[in-house]
Design a protein around this ligand. Structure first.
Ligand SMILES: Cc1ncc(COP(=O)(O)O)c(C=O)c1O
Length: 502
């Protein structure tokens, strides 16, 4: 059968994303009878070329129109205008996936922004592997209630006043003791309390870099540092990683060629790859940075999320020349919403960091600092870590098992010894992670699109799955849905590719 050519005019200046415009046009042509039942639509690649838009826009538009029942895909033949409006070729809503109409009316997707696409992950019924958060059931809410009551009884209005910008004194001492157990020697005066580790990172970038300066990261890296660099107009260069972390040969070249002002790394359970930098690489990195006098910002937010293997000291514990600034937090491991983090730095940077912090928010809330301080003193963190890591390991095992059962053949992933993430690579024979995304949402599962974590594109077939946020049965079901979504789309792709354009 001949495939029709579509006559569509797209407005590139419109607020409406291209892929939604495409949906609107095709839907209107079907409803008006211009495109009749049984008409074959062009293959996604051809339509993309014809209209001068990205293929993912067409893939997403087709996927949504199929979900709405306007189109149907027939294995081996292509995508057709459906006869009677067909129902979604998906599990029923009782299986927990969102309905097409839901999808249509709520948050619009901007295909130009993968991050916006990922908002769909919050739709009810979606098994969401996309977040960076610990599971809600890990949060010690009762302990927090007791701590807040005790602090209010004990400190009264003091707990509700402005706090010193550096942080609540006793908390700084407790943090010093806490990091000293990890091997970091510092005084309480070197510790700045921050609004989570995110603020610690932002403050360092603001204090040490100016507009146009270069920041080096691992590639892929944490999304939050990419956001900070954009917001502060900092240039970013990602250095490829191997299994042991950032590649030092390439790092050295970049230092020599571009004189970066800061190197940002996550040596333990790197986000998104889950990798751990071994001790020898940590030492080499430190030597290199010290030799060229480039400060290193160590993000240690996942350091204590180890459930297997031997602990490796943080970079800061190996640092004898004050090359390293160390960011940490009681967010992922205790209470993300309390926003208590810390930054360890030496005298040269400390005063400037305090001034930037003061300009940002005067101080981190006094009540939160005091409540977290009390919880640390009461040993809540130690209890939490022990219990959480046991459960994380269990969930990791379920995720690995389910991945090998349901992910498409040829997929690859890491075996994390800690942290929250599986870093998956899909086979290149099928859709990219971005192309798969809408189908996955329709199937009732979400993930973080790997591409977002790269500083220069790349990683199209990668996805990050947070296995921590769901219990075993949902992890299993989520992987099953992911595999199903991939198979369905990959099949269409393979078939569409085979068809000549007539
Ligand atoms: C590597 C890394 N650093 C920092 C943060 C920020 O966390 P918070 O500000 O809650 O401590 C995150 C959160 O996803 C992260 O993954």
């Amino acid at each position: 059968m001949l495939s029709t050519s579509l006559s569509v005019t797209l407005d590139r200046n419109s607020e409406e994303p291209i892929y939604r415009q495409l949906i609107r046009h095709i839907r209107a042509q079907i409803e008006s009878g211009l495109l009749s039942a049984g008409t074959r639509l062009p293959a996604s690649r051809d339509l993309a070329r014809q209209l001068g838009i990205s293929r993912i826009s067409v893939v997403n538009a087709y996927a949504e129109l199929r979900a709405e029942g306007y189109l149907s895909a027939h294995a081996g033949r292509g995508t057709f205008v459906a006869g009677e409006r067909e129902s979604m070729p998906m599990p029923t809503p009782s299986a927990g996936h969102p309905s097409a109409h839901h999808h249509n009316e709520s948050q619009p997707i901007a295909d130009r922004s993968l991050q916006e696409m990922m908002r769909l992950a919050r739709k009810p019924g979606v098994i969401n592997f996309s977040s960076g958060a610990p599971p809600a059931e890990f949060l010690p809410a009762q302990h927090l209630r007791h701590a807040i009551n005790t602090v209010l009884d004990r400190d009264g209005a003091q707990a509700l006043m402005y706090e010193q910008t550096e942080g609540f004194g006793p908390l700084r001492v407790t943090v010093r003791d806490y990091v000293s157990a990890l091997g970091i020697r510092c005084s309480a005066d070197q510790i700045l309390i921050t609004g989570g580790s995110q603020q610690a990172i932002d403050l360092v970038v603001q204090a040490l870099l100016g507009e146009g300066d270069l920041l080096i990261t691992e590639n892929p890296t944490y999304l939050g540092i990419i956001d900070v660099a954009r917001a502060r107009r900092i240039r970013l260069q990602g250095i490829p990683m191997d299994e042991d972390g950032i590649r030092l040969d390439m790092l050295e070249n970049a230092i020599l060629e571009h004189s970066p002002r800061l190197i940002y790394v996550m040596p333990s359970f790197q986000n998104p790859t889950g990798r751990v930098m071994p001790l020898h690489r940590r030492r080499q990195l430190l030597n290199l940075a010290t030799e060229y006098n480039v400060p290193v910002l160590e993000d240690g937010v996942y350091h204590e999320f180890r459930f297997e293997g031997e602990a490796i000291p943080p970079l800061k514990a190996l640092d004898e020349r004050n090359t390293v600034l160390h960011a940490g937090a009681f967010t992922k491991n205790l209470l993300p919403g309390m926003r208590i983090g810390y930054l360890i730095s030496d005298g040269t940077h400390f005063d400037r960091l305090v001034r930037v912090k003061h300009a940002a928010d005067v101080s981190t809330p006094a009540l939160n600092q005091r409540a977290i301080h009390l919880m640390l003193e009461r040993g809540v963190l130690a209890q939490q870590l022990e219990r959480n890591n046991r459960e994380l390991r269990r969930r990791r095992d379920v995720a690995l098992e389910a991945a090998s059962r349901y992910l498409p053949p040829g997929s690859r992933w890491n075996t994390p010894q800690g942290g929250l993430y599986l870093w998956v690579e899909l086979p290149k024979s099928g859709p990219t992670a971005a192309e798969l995304y809408i189908s996955a949402i329709q199937m009732g599962v979400a993930y973080a699109i790997g591409n977002m974590f790269f500083t220069n594109g790349g990683g199209s077939y990668r996805m990050r799955l947070n296995y921590a946020t769901h219990r075993a049965p949902e992890i299993e079901e989520g992987m099953k849905r992911l595999g199903r979504a991939w198979r369905e789309l990959a099949y269409d792709y393979a078939e569409l590719e085979k068809m000549p354009l007539l």
